[in-house]
Write a protein that binds this ligand. Structure first.
Ligand SMILES: *Cc1c(COP(=O)(O)O)cnc(C)c1O
Length: 401
């Protein structure tokens, strides 16, 4: 992948040769995240977006504390999805005024912690309003809330029809006026709306359309709000290329559309700041997963590189995290960059299941035991989105370089 360079046939991560990095870490498998690539990503995104747009990091994509701390210094806010993530964000030095908390089924304890922290709570049900009202009365803390709206449209992809859908996330747009009335009665501090239409989208026109529709829906709902809208979080869903034929997202139309929306907001919602929240897009391309070849087997003519890593660390690369048809993530032999490739090589892990596949019939440099297999595009939804306990093998290390 072109965001990483190689020297003398060895991939560089954070400027360090991968072989030396592996020695420094002392074990494989590991995830390594490149600090400079993270910084460059945020800079490039800012350059393509209107200056007044706020960038938030949705930290469920990668909650590694050192990485969150690095990003907290670069973005305008952090979006958390649990009290555990909230703790990491606060430890990372994020400003509580710029942390928001979304997710269905927030517990009374989580809401209490969020209240005490002074962060923005994205309400997702009538129950959460009543719980917060009681918690405010009990603790005396003031609540800061936004409404997460389940829109009456879907993130359009490949010319699909529009239509509302039943979801466990947010409150259906048609119920939001009543929820806003309850928020007013409960005396909760209303600050705005949160809309999140979907994830991993590589079509700028679909993202533009979703953001436009989200904006217009928020304008309609704002008429029912108990206080002026100060925050309008339009979601994100910016995708990264994983598979052959996929191109990097063209940010041009998205930036232009958001600039136009910011101008409209200046008139229609004069106190509102516009926010996008991105997980995968900020961190996905900056990370690699690295494991070591343990065995090289030939079965009926097909080469299998058996490694010490697998789906228990990287479910997404195995194709079992939301993929319908399994496709290979980009893979390379990290200490043999530029070597003559051999075709039809499969990379597998040590688990006793045929699902434990990191690459199927790929073209890779000829590898032997001891060599390092690199899975690119692994900075998002990696270790924390994987079943680490499955088969009781050791976990993977994580480093920020
Ligand atoms: C998961 C999630 C995100 C991040 O999505 P990405 O596709 O990683 O950018 C943003 N907002 C909400 C509400 C989420 O649940």
């Amino acid at each position: 992948m072109d965001q990483f360079e190689a020297r003398d046939g060895v991939l560089l991560v954070g400027g360090q040769p991968l072989t030396r990095l592996a020695d420094r870490i002392g074990r494989t498998p590991f995830y390594a995240y490149d600090r400079a690539l993270l910084t460059r990503r945020v800079e490039a995104l800012r350059a393509a977006m209107p200056p007044k747009l706020e960038l938030h990091f949705a930290m469920k994509a990668n909650p590694m504390p050192a990485l969150v701390a690095h990003l907290a210094g670069l973005v305008d806010g952090i979006d958390v999805a649990s009290a555990g993530e909230l703790q990491v964000a606060l430890d990372a030095g994020a400003d509580p005024r710029e942390i928001s908390f979304a997710g269905p089924g927030k517990s009374a304890l989580e809401l209490r912690q969020a209240l005490a922290a002074g962060i923005l709570i994205n309400l997702e049900s009538f129950r959460e309003v009543e719980l917060l009202r009681a918690l405010c009365a009990e603790t005396g803390y003031a609540a800061r809330v936004a409404v997460r709206v389940n829109p009456d449209f879907e993130l359009k992809s490949s010319g699909m029809k529009m239509g509302g859908g039943p979801k466990q996330f947010g409150v259906d747009a048609e119920q939001v006026p009543e929820l806003l009335a309850r928020i007013g009665e409960a005396g909760l501090g209303f600050e705005g709306f949160h809309l999140f239409a979907g994830s991993q989208n590589l079509k700028p026109e679909a993202i533009v359309e979703a953001q436009l529709k989200s904006f217009e829906l928020a304008l309609r709902l704002a008429r029912h709000a108990p206080a002026p809208v100060k925050v309008l979080n339009l979601g994100g869903g910016f995708g990264i290329p994983y598979f052959p034929g996929e191109q990097r997202l063209d940010l041009g139309p998205i930036g232009a559309n958001l600039a136009a929306l910011i101008e409209r907001a200046a008139v229609a919602l004069p106190q509102a700041k516009l926010v996008v929240e991105l997980g995968r897009y900020l961190v996905g391309e900056a990370g690699v997963y690295v494991c070591r070849v343990v065995d090289r087997k030939v079965s009926r003519g097909q080469v299998f590189l058996v490694t010490d890593g697998g789906l228990h660390h990287h479910l997404a690369a195995s194709g079992n995290f939301g993929q319908v048809i399994r496709k290979n993530y980009p893979v390379a032999i990290g200490n043999r960059i530029g070597d003559e490739p051999e075709a039809g090589v499969s990379v597998v892990g040590p688990l006793c299941t045929p699902l434990d596949l990191l690459g199927e019939r790929m073209s890779l440099a000829r590898a032997e035991p001891g060599d390092l297999v690199v899975v690119f595009q692994s900075g998002a939804y990696g270790i924390t989105a994987s079943p680490q306990g499955f088969l009781s093998h050791p976990g993977a290390a994580e480093v920020l370089v």
